[in-house]
Ligand binder design. Sequence first.
Ligand code: MG
Ligand code: MG
Length: 264
Amino acid sequence: MRRRTTSTVPTRTPAELEAMEAAGRIVGRTLRALQKAAVPGVSTFELDEIAETLIREAGATPSFKGYAGFPASICASLNDVVVHGIPRKNTILQEGDLLSIDCGAILDGWHGDSAISIEIGEVAPDVAALNKATEEVLFAGISQMVPGNRLTDISHAIQQATRKVGKRAGYRFRVVKNFGGHGIGREMHQDPFLPNEGRAGKGPRIAEGSVLAIEPMLSLGSPWTEEWDDGWTTVIEDGAYSAHWEHTVAATSEGPRILTPRSE
Ligand code: MG
Ligand code: MG
């Protein structure tokens, strides 16, 4: 027998969505600044300083700093590091790198959470294709963020798009296992967990005002990860390049509303 849950993804009022977007805009603006600052010769530590300064100048607080003991305001994940890379003075960006930056801010108690991958100078064709694919796959997931859908409609869309985009580009991209999106609001990570693959039509129903952080991670090699001894840095087990894109998104009667926009 197929079990169908009657629960919904937690919803926010229009005023709460405004408050979340105010937090999200700070994240978007910060990521845009980092996109410009991330050039060969710059350390991920310097990028972290830029991020913290921008977030605090906007009157917000970095969500990540101190979260479960994380030491920085951004995750800076280079090449085979897929998530949770710690910014370091001796991690210097080089031509050909793919840098994933994940960033969060809290404003008036509400969280915004967003990630982008940045090509440093010119990257290899397969790395460029991976990066473009991951962003495209994010938007395939976002397109399912509409009232009436179920949670795993997003998961399924991400999985299907990964296959389709890979086929078109002539590569095999893999959805990274064991990581995914999440509910978000007055805490950065809330239920439900949002898998990046799986069958459609399962999990809680998306309602008007539901908010999720949608965040596909793709690999050019293995879909499996390993964690370093620092307790954070998560790498693709076979050393393949990986990319990560994320938006905080609300479901509205007019369609998906991105709460972490990077353009004004
Ligand atoms: Mg994030
Ligand atoms: Mg997230």
